[in-house]
Ligand binder design. Structure first.
Ligand SMILES: *Cc1c(COP(=O)(O)O)cnc(C)c1O
Length: 386
């Protein structure tokens, strides 16, 4: 059997894969087993922040790989400590818990919220409010947090204690806070899987004030929006708020699995020994890769992300076949006149890998995609849209 036949025979059918096998790549260009070159405008769903096989990242990862590839969390290792310090210095947060994915980062946040509330207000203050159309992960608890019924139906009972309110509706959020015993509000600043829909600034700021007034934790899910993706280091920074908990994953490791829950002042000491853990969490190879990513996300680099973003928005906003363009930085959603799936299939045929999110074509290219490659991809995308 060839690779596609083996995969279809032996891997659980949870993914509708495109009929392409990727064998190698460099930066934002990848090579198919068919010998075809593709421009990667998805970067593994916002994961390979500096593209495929980036030299600096490769060096950091392979150096650590040949030193110590894993130690249990019973001992100290340098990469995790350095990464946690960097994350805290750059966000004002105080402590970090490392897991291996976005869902695990959110699980940690939810445990922190419930313990903080139990200790400060009573165990009955366990409700977490999230938004309709949100996405927070695939574990049974983060599915419960995810405000999309289509993910829930066949997996009941989910973890109880989640309430969903409409995005940008501060009245509904305030009512939910009044009608429930609430531990935390959890938000994505830009709903990614939900269609690349940014929250309104007024709403986010009002939610932050509400949380502060009621001693409810404000938890921002930066799994997709974090680590330079939106042209800010973290998307919340654009909104002028300071969260109590930030979760991140995807782009953080540059291609290796790592998730992090960043804990602010209020909750920095909420977790104590035995409360939480992960065998692989804080893996030194993943952390060494993440340090090499985060160190390069400086102001000048983030400005380049914003410039590339402006280029894409300008090219697409009035382009034939485009109804709307949403998002920020290099997290971009395009509402096409044609079905999004058709546009993505046409792009694939012409050598560009794009994503969808609901009814939109979604772009999450590597943050360092060269301008020439970006231009080439946008031209092919525009032709597919028209
Ligand atoms: C992808 C995503 C998750 C889940 O991350 P995994 O690493 O797949 O567990 C959670 N929240 C948001 C906002 C995401 O985009």
């Amino acid at each position: 059997m060839n690779v596609q036949q083996l995969d279809n025979t032996y891997i659980a059918h949870t993914y509708a894969r495109f009929p392409v096998e990727i064998v190698s790549g460099k930066g934002s260009e990848v090579l198919g087993a068919d010998g075809k070159r593709y421009i990667d405008m998805g970067s593994g769903i916002g994961v390979t922040a500096f593209g495929i096989a980036d030299d600096t990242w490769n060096q950091a990862v392979t150096d650590q790989l040949s030193r110590v590839q894993h130690m249990s969390n019973l001992y100290y290792t340098a990469p995790g400590a350095k990464l946690a310090a960097l994350l805290c210095e750059r966000t004002g947060m105080k402590k970090v818990f490392f897991g291996n994915s976005g869902a695990e980062a959110n699980e940690c946040a939810i445990k922190v919220a419930r313990k903080y509330a139990a200790e400060h207000k009573g165990a009955e203050y366990s409700t977490i409010i999230t938004l309709e159309n949100s996405f927070h992960g695939r574990t049974l608890t983060t599915l419960a947090a995810t405000g999309q019924d289509k993910f829930h139906a066949l997996f009941q009972p989910l973890t109880p204690g989640f309430v969903h309110t409409p995005a940008n509706d501060i009245k509904a959020l305030t009512e939910a806070v009044e009608n429930n015993r609430v531990a935390a509000i959890m938000l994505e600043c830009i709903q990614g899987e939900g269609g690349v829909l940014p929250l309104e600034t007024d709403f986010v700021q009002a939610a932050a004030r509400l949380a502060k007034d009621k001693d409810i934790l404000l938890m921002i899910d930066e799994v997709q929006t974090g680590n330079g993706r939106t042209g800010d280091l973290y998307a919340y920074m654009h909104y002028g708020i300071q969260p109590d908990v930030i979760t991140t994953a995807k782009g953080l490791g540059g291609g290796l699995p790592i998730g992090a829950a960043l804990l602010g002042e209020k909750v920095q000491d909420t977790l104590t020994p035995g409360d939480h853990g992960s065998t692989f969490g804080g893996n030194p190879v993943c952390c060494a890769g993440a340090v090499s990513i985060l160190e390069r996300l400086d102001t000048a680099f983030l400005q380049e992300v914003q410039q590339k973003s402006a280029y894409v928005f300008n090219e697409l906003k009035d382009a034939p076949g485009v109804k709307a363009v949403s998002g920020r930085g290099l997290m971009i959603g395009i509402l096409p006149e044609k079905p999004a799936g058709e546009v993505v299939a046409e792009c694939l045929k012409n050598g560009v890998l794009c994503l969808t999110a609901h009814d939109r074509v979604r772009l999450l290219p590597a943050l360092n995609i060269p301008m020439s490659v970006l231009k080439e991809a946008v031209a092919i995308l525009k032709a597919a849209l028209s």
